[in-house]
Design a protein around this ligand. Structure first.
Ligand SMILES: Nc1ncnc2c1ncn2[C@@H]1O[C@H](COP(=O)(O)OP(=O)(O)OP(=O)(O)O)[C@@H](O)[C@H]1O
Length: 692
């Protein structure tokens, strides 16, 4: 009977018979490829009378047609799916092109370029003017002064800027449209003009290329795509993939307001079992509900087996890889509420903070991770950042912070562009032209030399700023302009005058801040300064080359955002740090509101530094401690750190030297508080011993 079944698989149908069949015939019933199931009305479960008959011949043709229809439907569905991918890729490509063409910053860039050109012309004329003055060529001086005045008045006309912006946008549009138009029109032209058909293959090729791109994008974004087998192309929706394991994976949620990047990470979390497999993350399971808050994604990871929250901490790179966390997004793992849980934070967001600079704000900005203020050490500093990175704003913060410092501080501002200086006049000393810059540096150099002599005389190794001789912060904006201005043959020896300030200024209370848009050796940072300017604050750089030059290959300043995001190698901060968001001092009114101050100038021969004990043979560290005491008559003592700093010594070395001089650190009271350090009476008594 079985053999008979196999032999009659096709070409036969079951046909119910109206007539009564003899009882034995029910054994002969068959269900074939085209079987007709008895409906309940037929009396399911009961033997139904009927007969196996040959299917009508027309059935052969119909089945072939059905097969063909089925193949066609699948092909259509597949084409439709890939077409959806092609459209996705095309729409993304066009969105990018549109954003590039409509870039709202284009106008600003063009205006900047025009201003830059005027600035360059102005600098050239100013340089010529200085040379003419040095030659005492009155005719040239007159001519060049007029030219300079003319350039000072010149401002780019709005109409010209509009026309240039339109031209630039048209150029961008033409460049973006060239390839698609070429692919569409080129083969047609070849067909019509030369009768060549094969260039038409460019169309399906371009379509296939787009489809593959679109598929790649959909996969990368974790989006659901068309169901190829369904016969109907589903729309491309930003829906995370379902978790195959279901229970063990985090819920597949699309939170309102989540960014594309966050959705991608959430989709990967939902697909944890598959994505974590083979990465050494066995025994780690995300709990079902990740959440989104002002810092980004938070998810609790449950550990089991040999994995603990501690060992998981060592596998963070595997966790990041499993979730495809972008490189610039930080991740932190902290202990959970119970011993086998860890909380994973994926910091995709920066909380809203009021970043406006105010005099009471500390440092240059905040660490975007911890929210703590970032205070830069005093001393020389290299500041770099490409156009628009926020260099001018950062320099404003540095200067405003210096002006508001407790310690007596003066700012001198070398600004060859001259635009910012207007805001600072009456508060800081500004120098714009080569003549002004040389004059200013000559004065600072004299001051530096005098301080050195005073320090030697006083036997101290560190300058302590006073009202008469304050800390001097020398800010050099647009270092590249200074480099190009430098012309020692014509007595414009700016770099030669800056170099000793960079090397020796720190101990003399003179801090050089060199800012440049092009942090490349030679053009933006003179090689004489590069070696000594090791403390650096770097905003976004133009590219990797600049990043490597200014920070090193393991840093990524070129990936920072424009507009005030910075990194620094000071204060123990390394390449993996969260960026610093610089305080926002872009408001001119805030600078104008700063208190006016007498601008610094060198006053020769002024020596108000209190004399150190004249005893011969007094140890320098004891001499420095007594000098510090004399400068602060209300002090009952001096903390060891202050003495060590004044001598440029390690605290331990200073303590040892003081012990050798017969003074021990003790507690003393100062302004109602107990302070540990060196008491006045002990220091003075030790100094007297050396006088005898
Ligand atoms: N710390 C900041 N906070 C908020 N916005 C900022 C900050 N720094 C810069 N920006 C924004 O970025 C713009 C460009 O900044 P800035 O003029 O400082 O750049 P720059 O590096 O000096 O560029 P350029 O060298 O071309 O003048 C500012 O107008 C401001 O809108």
């Amino acid at each position: 009977m079985q053999e008979q079944d196999e032999a009659i698989r096709t070409g036969v149908v079951w046909e119910a018979s109206a007539s009564e069949a003899p009882p034995g015939r029910t054994d002969d019933t068959h269900r074939t490829g085209q079987e007709q199931k008895p409906s309940p009305e037929d009396g399911a479960g009961e033997a139904v009378h009927g007969a196996v008959v040959h299917a009508p011949r027309v059935g052969d043709a119909a089945s072939k047609r059905a097969l063909l229809d089925d193949i066609n439907a699948r092909l259509r569905a597949s084409l439709s799916t890939w077409h959806t991918y092609a459209i996705l890729a095309w729409s993304r490509r066009w969105q990018t092109a549109e954003a590039y063409i409509q870039d709202p910053d284009l106008y600003r860039e063009i205006v900047e370029e025009a201003r830059e050109e005027v600035r360059r012309e102005r600098a050239t004329v100013a340089k010529k003017l200085d040379k003419a003055r040095l030659r005492r060529d009155e005719a040239q001086v007159k001519l060049l002064t007029e030219q300079l005045a003319d350039l000072e008045r010149r401002a780019p006309s709005a109409m010209k800027m509009d026309a240039l912006t339109l031209k630039a946008r048209s150029g961008r549009l033409a460049r973006q449209a060239a390839l698609p138009v070429g692919i569409v029109a080129g083969p047609l032209a070849a067909l019509l003009a030369g009768g060549m058909w094969w260039p038409l293959l460019a169309w399906p090729a371009a379509w296939a290329w787009l489809a593959v791109q679109g598929h790649g994008m959909a996969v990368a974004e974790g989006t659901a795509t068309a169901e190829e087998a369904s016969g109907e192309a589903a729309p491309v929706l930003p829906t995370p993939r379902p978790a195959p394991g279901g229970a063990s994976a985090a819920s597949s949620v699309t939170p309102v307001g989540a960014s594309e990047a966050e959705n991608a990470i959430l989709a990967h979390l939902a697909d944890w079992d598959r994505r974590a497999a083979g990465r050494g993350l066995e025994g780690v399971t995300p709990t079902p509900m990740p959440s989104l808050d002002s810092l980004g994604i938070r998810v609790v990871l449950k550990t089991s087996g040999r994995t603990t929250p501690d060992t998981l901490g060592k596998r963070m790179s595997a966790v990041r890889a499993a979730l495809a966390v972008p490189r610039d997004v930080r991740t932190d793992l902290s202990p959970g509420d119970v011993g086998d849980e860890a909380v994973l934070r994926i910091r995709t967001r920066t909380p809203d903070r009021d970043m406006t600079w105010r005099p009471e704000r500390a440092g240059i900005g905040v660490d975007t991770d911890t929210g703590e203020p970032v205070v830069l050490p005093k001393g020389r500093m290299l500041i770099a950042g490409t156009s628009g990175a926020g260099k001018s704003v950062l320099l404003r913060v540095v200067m405003a912070e210096a002006l508001c410092a407790q310690e007596p501080t003066a700012v001198v501002y070398i600004d060859p562009k001259g635009e910012e200086s207007g805001l600072w006049r009456g508060k800081v000393r500004c120098a714009n032209t080569p003549g002004e810059i040389i004059a200013l540096l000559r004065e600072v150099g004299q001051e530096s030399d005098e301080r050195s002599q005073i320090m030697q005389k006083r036997r101290v190794s560190q300058w302590v700023p006073t009202e008469e001789r304050p800390r001097i912060v020398v800010v050099v904006d647009e270092g590249a302009e200074i480099v190009s201005m430098d012309d020692p043959a014509e007595d414009i020896d700016v770099i030669k005058r800056l170099q000793p300030l960079a090397t020796m200024g720190r101990s003399r209370g003179i801090d050089l801040k060199w800012a440049t848009q092009k942090p490349l050796l030679g053009s933006g940072i003179p090689s004489q300064l590069n070696g000594v300017m090791q403390d650096r604050v770097v905003l976004r750089t133009a590219g990797r080359t600049e990043n490597n030059q200014v920070l090193g290959a393991d840093w990524s300043s070129h990936e920072l955002e424009l507009g005030g995001s910075a990194l620094t190698n000071t204060g123990g901060r390394g390449p993996g740090q969260a960026p610093i968001q610089v305080w926002d001092l872009s408001d001119d009114a805030a600078i104008l509101a700063l208190p006016d101050a007498e601008s610094w100038s060198h006053r020769p021969g002024h020596d108000e530094t209190p004399a150190a004990p004249k005893a011969s043979g007094i140890p320098p560290v004891l001499g420095a401690a007594v000098a510090l005491l004399e400068m602060d008559p209300d002090a009952n003592g001096i903390p060891g750190n202050d003495i060590a700093r004044a001598c440029d010594m390690d605290l331990l070395d200073a303590q040892e030297a003081l012990l050798a001089a017969g003074v021990q650190a003790r507690r003393y009271s100062q302004d109602g508080a107990q302070v540990r350090g060196y008491r006045r009476d002990a220091l003075e008594e030790a100094a007297r011993r050396y006088e005898k």
